[in-house]
Design a protein around this ligand. Sequence first.
Ligand code: URA
Length: 240
Amino acid sequence: MQRLQKLIAEAGYCSRRKAEELIKQGKVFVNGQKITELGTKASFADEILVDGHLIESEEKQYFLFNKPRGVVCTTKDEKGRKTVLDFFGDVNTRIYPVGRLDYDTTGVLILTNDGDFANLMMHPKSEIDKFYVAKVEGIVTKEEIKVLKKGVKIEDKKIYPTRIKLKKIDKKSMTSIIEITIHDGINHEVKKIMKSIGHEVIKLKREAFGFLTLGNLKSGEKRMLTHKEVKQLYNMAVNK
Ligand code: URA
């Protein structure tokens, strides 16, 4: 048994908040009985009608997407920019991204209609490693890398990258390539980490989320995760 508003949202009918409104407005019926109390519990075995629509359990779907540059991760953009959902027009369910990549960041992004899975993946305690390759302005020194290994303070939190490596320096263009793995969920984290040692990120790509890599997926392409992959991600998060 679950809260009615959670079931309605899980079925992909609308958001949990909207479902709460509909319940309060007396538009929800369970087994023929009008429900107006928010704490009411039910299950998909019950007949749930919202505004006359029958609510049924929805198959959970999980996607791996290679996010292109110049695309936002919000489901709607007030500036009318392209969103990741524009690439999922053929998917017949209300999915959303697990966490965010910046407008100009490319690479691995998971999208799903499974809210519990998404929350688990995003929870800092799950400590899922995310591996990025960053091109930054200026020549990064080994000393600077040592500073980052000792941890830097970002938003009052000491951040320790799981792994950080200076991969390449280019004295001609005065840029450096850094490989960095982090497991926290702070917004713009890589950019903030690199800025803390005085280097702006020019290009950023997420190469892996846990064990999931892009493989043959080209920019803007997606594929469904296998049952095994979803299970592995769950296990990684709950065994932390
Ligand atoms: N860190 C960033 O700075 N940006 C991203 O998009 C992801 C991680």
